[in-house]
Design a protein around this ligand. Structure first.
Ligand code: PGA
Length: 247
């Protein structure tokens, strides 16, 4: 199935559309399994889900969640860890039970074994109904950098130089950005029954174009979603600006 593309006029509309898709899954299946992502792009979606929880009675009480990735070496109370991000931006604002939320463990006696366990937890939960993704300027999904295998599973990965630079905005300097992370693999992500990828702003336009209209190649990890049966990109007008509509 080609990737479906929904173009929103701006990031606000993109966030509302994404939250509506997630809410529909939760309403249909209150005990669903959701996959989440961190980064600047999904923040508006999480804010909208929190609003729906508060004002519209959208309950996450029976939902289980898995996050894509975590920095190796950062504990969940580090303010740049993805566990911390999820707690602050979403989990503390909704009625989800924290013990039903999973983020790869950045600090563990053996993080590699933790990656294997993470895959098993996902299986034990019944697989992911919907996984929300962002996209890197280099086309990465989660921390699957260009060159990642299409059948990769949760593992320890080295971050691309461009990713370290892009993420240094959250740290005092690029030197402080961890060099390694734990990341769900492309194979892990593609087992989700539904995938929704968000992109906003002009910096993402090339990656969106390559992912949707370019060849299927490990050089652009998001292009590997082209043969997934149910993937939708919800992008704002700037991120969509290089799409030709052909493919
Ligand atoms: P961003 O990150 O949402 O902060 O742009 C996306 C990503 O790197 O996957």
């Amino acid at each position: 199935m080609p990737i479906k593309v929904v173009v929103a006029k701006d990031a606000k509309e993109m966030s509302k559309k994404a939250a509506a898709v997630i809410a529909e899954v939760v309403r249909k299946r209150p005990h669903c399994v959701l996959g989440f992502a961190t980064g600047s792009t999904p923040e508006g979606t999480y804010a909208e889900l929190a609003r729906m929880n508060k004002e519209e009675g959208l309950s996450f009480a029976r939902v289980t969640t898995f996050n894509l990735d975590e920095y190796l070496g950062l504990d969940g109370d580090h303010d740049q860890s993805y566990r911390y991000f999820m707690n602050k931006n979403l989990f503390e604002k909704i009625d989800i039970r924290l013990w039903n939320t999973f983020v790869p463990l950045g600090v563990a006696a053996d993080p590699g074994v933790g990656c294997i366990a993470y895959e098993q937890y996902i299986k034990a939960a019944g697989g992911v109904d919907l996984w929300l993704l962002g996209i890197g300027n280099n086309g990465h999904i989660a921390f699957n950098e260009p060159g990642s295998a299409p059948d990769s599973r949760t593992r320890i990965v080295a971050l691309d130089k461009s990713t370290i630079e892009a993420n240094s905005r959250f740290f005092k300097s690029a030197d402080e950005v961890p060099r390694y992370a734990l990341s769900a693999g492309i194979g892990t992500i593609k087992e989700a029954r539904k995938i929704v990828l968000l992109a906003s702003g002009p910096k993402k336009a090339n990656a969106v174009k390559a992912a949707v209209e370019g060849p299927v190649t490990i050089e652009c990890p998001a292009s590997l979603l082209q043969d997934h049966p149910d993937t939708t990109f919800i992008v704002d007008a700037e991120a969509a600006s290089k799409l030709s509509g052909e493919k």
